[in-house]
Ligand binder design. Structure first.
Ligand code: PEP
Length: 248
C-alpha cells in the first residue's frame, strides 16, 4: 500500500493586506517551527500581491508557498497576468489551478487549465488541480462522470505525476458548511486514482470544501485522503493550525 505524506493547503482567496497577511503567515510559520520536524506538509496560497513578502517571512520555516492561479505563457503581452516562471522566481512551490471559482467566474475550460498545468510543471511547480461536481450533478447522479471528465480534460497529454496533486472539491461544499460523508470522499478519491491509471497510487489526492477544525480529523484519518485544501478556515492561524495538526 502506498504511503503518501499528508498535505495541508491554505487558500486565502482574495483576502489579506500587507500587515494582516504577514502577521497570519508569520504566526503559522512560528507554529510550524515549534512543531519541527513536521510529519506533514503545509503550504499557504495568499493573493499574488502578498507572495513576495510572505515568501521572505516563510524562509527558515517548513511552510511552503503557493499561488492561486497562473498564465499558460512564460512571458509576453498578457496585461494583468502572472506566469508560472514568475511564481517560481518568488519562491512558490505550488500553484492551484482550475479552482471552481475560476472555472465559474472566468469560464476556464479544461483545455485552458491543461495548458496552465503544462506551463506550471515546466516552471518546476507542483500543480494542485481542482475538480468537483455541482449540486445539480450530484442530484442527477452524474458526479463520477463529471469528475472523470473534468480531470482528464484538465491535464495535458504529458505531465509529471510527481508534480501533480488533485484536489477534490465538491462545488456545493465550498463555503457552505456542508461536507460529504468521509466514505463518499474516499470513494471519489479512489475513482480519481483509478482514472489516473498506473500513477494514481503515488499522486496525492486531497479534499477541499468547508474543512474546519472539528471535521478535519475524520477526513485526515482516511487512508484515501492525503490532505485538505482549506479556504475560509485558513484565515485564522489557530483554526488553520488546529486543522493541520490533525494530520499527525
Ligand atoms: C476552497 O475554496 O478551496 C475551499 C476549500 O473553501 P472553504 O474551505 O471555505 O469551503
Amino acid at each position: 500500500m502506498a504511503t503518501r505524506r499528508k498535505l495541508i493547503v491554505g487558500n486565502w482567496k482574495m483576502n489579506g493586506r500587507l500587515t494582516s497577511g504577514l502577521n497570519l503567515a508569520k504566526e503559522i510559520a512560528n507554529r510550524a517551527i515549534e512543531s519541527m520536524p513536521l510529519e506533514f506538509d503545509v503550504a499557504l496560497c495568499p493573493p499574488a500581491t502578498l507572495l513576495w513578502p510572505i515568501s521572505e517571512a516563510l524562509m527558515g520555516s517548513p511552510v511552503m508557498l503557493g499561488a492561486q492561479d497562473c498564465h499558460y505563457a512564460n512571458h509576453g503581452a498578457y496585461t494583468g497576468d502572472i506566469s508560472a516562471g514568475m511564481l517560481a522566481d518568488l519562491g512558490c512551490r505550488y500553484v492551484i489551478l482550475g479552482h471552481s471559482e475560476r472555472r465559474a467566474a472566468y469560464e476556464e475550460t479544461g483545455a485552458l487549465i491543461a495548458k496552465k498545468v503544462a506551463a506550471a510543471q515546466l516552471a518546476g511547480l507542483v500543480t494542485i488541480v481542482c475538480v468537483g461536481e455541482t449540486l445539480e450533478q450530484r442530484a442527477t447522479g452524474t458526479t463520477e462522470t463529471a469528475i472523470v471528465q473534468q480531470l482528464s480534460s484538465s491535464l495535458p497529454e504529458k505531465f509529471h505525476s510527481s508534480q501533480l496533486v488533485v484536489a477534490y472539491e465538491p462545488v456545493w461544499a465550498i463555503g457552505s458548511g456542508d461536507v460529504p460523508e468521509t466514505d463518499e470522499v474516499s470513494s471519489i478519491h479512489r475513482l480519481i486514482r483509478r482514472s489516473l491509471g498506473a500513477m494514481g497510487e503515488a499522486v496525492q489526492v486531497i479534499y477541499g470544501g468547508s474543512v474546519v477544525p472539528h471535521n478535519a480529523r475524520d477526513l485526515l484519518e482516511q487512508h484515501e485522503i492525503d490532505g485538505v485544501l482549506v479556504g475560509g478556515a485558513s484565515l485564522n492561524s489557530d483554526g488553520f493550525w488546529s486543522i493541520a495538526e490533525k494530520a499527525r
